[in-house]
Write a protein that binds this ligand. Structure first.
Ligand code: PEP
Length: 657
């Protein structure tokens, strides 16, 4: 699973209806919110979208909703508090149906910068929790784009987290993550997949059984694995120690032995408590005064119970944490709710607070311990969710994370431009011929086909890696425009990309930069991905003025297009003298202009936008010259005419094999 996800910075939300899945599962007492941390945490994403001019539709669950919709679990108090925090009205749709007629009417009445909050998604019962298709579609029908900012729900494949994204994506919308989600993914993802070493993982908490997969996964990723808390006693027992009345999971003794053997085999440091704080029994109530003594961990008397790590262990664990560059901590070291038994947890928290390392705290008890003991602001990141962060550390794919679009990272894009070739029958035949030849996960493969071939080609490439593009479209949605085809028509037929400003449309059909610019704007607004063509004639090349020409085309064609849209743009540099002539630009000539375009985008926008825009070369690209052209640093793919109509196209797509 890629963790490089599209964020709210990576698409243009202006004028669009954006559904944001938040985590507004706040604690309530008699209808009053007792802690609004989760509402406050959602504000940066909401404000960013509002500032961009989006129509922001918010949804969330609240509570478990065990007995069906009810006023106690309504999001009404959230709407009120959110309006105070945002300093603007929040139109709350109280309807228990969540997505019914009231929601549709509220969304239809929205203007840019308005906020609507839908009712508790769990009021739809199993339609939400079982990822129901109908509810997913109803949610998707309310919006153009979707943003998930509910990390605490991202380990659940619910309709408002997972199912909705399939429908939004299918209609050309963006599925992105909000700032909260992005931060969680960055910290937890980097720690587990790409840690700065030494990487130390500290696990605690009561039961081994709760963390079987976490131990197994982290053992493979980290350099040192520290085990404290109640779960350490099962490991100590597995070592043959007497552990008195301490918590033990007898069924997991063999598992602990297996993990200790695995650590040894992998050359990993597995640290267990060497001394233990013991008492006659568990404190009752939990914060009751208690008499604690410290003994070596192999000398716990039969009538005593281990309830915390001892001072020698505190030093051992703290030294390991301080030597680390990355530390992940999940689970307290003892019964930290009792001040006498909090010493081990405090020692670990203190060590992390002092450590130079990136320190990441899994949610749940360890987050509560950090907050309660006053160390929260000393940690690099405290996860907002126990359950989701634990599944992340287990190496599991989180449905809410997987559902967001990947940032393509300038993945190569090989697009065929069929021009006015192929009858529908021939088109289907060609799809059949190419079917097995164009499989390559490293590249995006697109067939841009004549309008009449779109429907059969979409059907022919269904369930394959091939996306379908149009060769042209018009800027209006419908009406008296004889011979034209609109963005909604293309989207409805399953088209994802559209070529805009091909030199043949400019030269033969008289399209100018004003119309081309309007088409780029319309494509983005509608959810089509434009492939914008530019390129110079032979005369301009010979005259040596081609660079100025290209810059002028780019400037005019991108006039008024925002950076976040340009990041999702494909530009095809197609020198007219090389199109259909068999005369290819050399790799150096093509690279020179593709770099010039990228540098110019940096000048018009910024370096980040320039680094993200994909630039293709087009002009007699074929199986013989593709590899050399595509090896150039600023060439991110090809737009291919003649060679896209034969088996050769498969060789171009597989240029890197
Ligand atoms: C094109 O028309 O976009 C093109 C690049 O054609 P060819 O590959 O045939 O030169």
């Amino acid at each position: 699973m890629s963790l490089n996800k599209k964020s709210v910075d990576d698409f243009c939300a202006k004028g669009r209806r954006v559904l944001v899945r938040c985590d507004f599962n706040v604690p309530l007492k008699a209808g009053v919110i007792t802690d609004d941390t989760r509402i406050v945490a959602a504000l940066p994403t909401i404000n960013k979208l509002l500032n961009d001019g989006a129509k922001v539709i918010l949804c969330s669950h609240l509570g478990k909703v065990k007995n069906g919709p009810n006023e106690d679990e309504s999001l009404a108090p959230v709407a009120k508090r959110l309006a105070e925090k945002l300093g603007k009205p929040v139109n709350f749709v109280a309807d228990y149906n969540v997505t019914g007629a009231a929601a549709t009417a509220a969304v239809e009445a929205m203007k840019e910068g308005d906020v609507v909050l839908l009712q508790n998604t769990r009021f739809r019962g199993s339609e939400e929790t079982k990822n129901g298709e109908a509810f997913s579609k109803e949610l998707a029908d309310l919006c153009d784009d979707y943003v998930c900012d509910a990390f605490g729900s991202s380990h659940r494949a619910h309709a408002s987290v997972a199912g909705v994204t399939d429908v939004v994506r299918a209609k050309g919308g963006n599925c992105a993550v909000g700032y909260l989600m992005q931060k969680e993914i960055n910290f937890l993802g980097n720690a587990v997949e790409n840690p700065v070493r030494p990487f130390v993982a500290i696990l605690g908490g009561a039961k081994v059984a709760d963390k079987l997969n976490v131990i197994n996964n982290l053992l493979e990723k980290c350099d040192t694995l520290i085990i404290g808390g109640g779960m350490a006693f099962t490991f100590l027992k597995a070592k043959g120690y007497e552990i008195g009345k301490s918590l033990v999971d007898l069924e997991k003794i063999d598992y602990c032995k297996e993990m200790m053997a695995k650590a040894e085999k992998l050359g990993k440091n597995l640290l267990l408590p060497i001394d233990t704080g013991i008492a006659a029994g568990f404190p009752n109530p939990i914060d009751a005064p208690i008499d604690v003594t410290y003994v070596d961990s192999d000398k716990i008397p039969a009538d005593m119970e281990g309830l915390d790590i001892g001072p020698k262990t505190c030093k051992l664990f703290a030294d390991a944490a301080k030597a680390a560059k990355t530390v992940v901590w999940n689970g307290p070291m003892g019964v930290f709710e009792n001040p006498v038994l909090a010493k081990g947890t405090i020692a670990v928290a203190e060590a992390l607070a002092e450590a130079e390392a990136t320190t990441i705290i899994g949610g749940g008890d360890s987050a509560a311990a950090c907050n309660q003991l006053g160390f929260a602001d000393k940690m690099s990141h405290i996860s907002t969710s126990g359950g989701a962060s634990l599944e992340f550390l287990e190496g599991k794919e989180l449905p809410g994370v997987a559902a967001a679009d990947d940032v393509c990272g300038r993945k190569k894009i090989i697009a065929g431009n069929w021009k006015m070739n192929m009858t529908p029958t021939q088109a289907v035949e060609l799809c059949g011929t190419l079917k097995d030849l164009v499989k390559n996960d490293d590249v995006d493969v697109v067939y841009c086909v004549p309008a009449i071939d779109i429907v059969p080609v979409v059907a022919a490439v269904k369930d394959s890696n091939v996306k379908v593009g149009a060769e042209n479209f018009y800027i209006e949605d419908k009406g008296a425009f004889t011979g034209e085809i609109s963005a909604p028509m293309l989207l409805d037929a399953g088209v994802e990309y559209v070529i805009i400003g091909h030199s043949e449309r400019r030269d033969i059909f008289g399209e100018n930069d004003i119309l081309i610019n309007a088409k780029v704007k319309k494509a983005f607004a509608a959810g089509l991905k434009p492939i914008l063509c530019c390129g110079e004639s032979l005369a301009l090349r010979k005259a040596g003025t081609y660079k100025e020409w290209i810059r002028r085309q780019i400037k005019w064609d991108l006039d008024g297009i925002c950076a976040c849209n340009v990041k999702n743009l494909v530009i095809a540099y197609e020198p007219i003298w090389a199109i259909g002539t068999g005369e290819t630009a050399t790799a150096e000539q093509a690279q020179e202009v593709c770099k010039l375009i990228r540098d110019y985008i940096a000048e018009l926008y910024d370096a980040d936008t320039a680094a993200k825009v994909r630039i293709q070369y087009g002009g007699s690209m074929n199986a013989g010259n593709a590899a050399e052209l595509l090896a150039m640093p600023d060439i991110d793919g090809g737009l291919i005419g003649g060679a896209s109509l034969k088996a050769d196209f498969g060789k171009i797509v597989n240029y890197n094999k």
